[in-house]
Ligand binder design. Structure first.
Ligand SMILES: [Zn+2]
Length: 99
């Protein structure tokens, strides 16, 4: 049975001087780089894609979306990584979508 995790916005907190020096995107729209999310509903960039568990064949729980960081650490074209989990079987699925 798929469980839904309530939504948490994830705000990045730099942990080192090197991380503090990371510059934001120069040209991307301003929400890009701030779309990190734990739980809730995925904000798909392309078509909706909801994986099913390879063990139990149930729809997986959306766990997180991880945004691109900046021009240096950019996932595809300002894309995000989507992570799904089956909390019964401990199976994980992830993929990238981008503009
Ligand atoms: Zn499963």
């Amino acid at each position: 049975m798929k469980k839904n995790i309530p939504p948490f916005r994830m705000v990045l907190e730099p942990m080192t001087e090197e991380a503090k020096k990371i510059t934001p995107f120069k040209w991307a729209s301003k929400e890009i780089g701030k779309r990190h999310l734990l739980g809730g509903s995925p904000d798909f960039i392309q078509e909706d894609k909801w994986p099913t568990c390879s063990e139990c064949h149930e729809k997986m729980t959306f766990y997180a979306q991880l945004d691109s960081i900046n021009d240096e650490f950019c996932i595809a074209d300002c894309g995000m990584i989507y992570v799904f989990v089956c909390l019964e079987c401990n199976e994980v699925a992830s993929f990238i979508q981008s503009n």
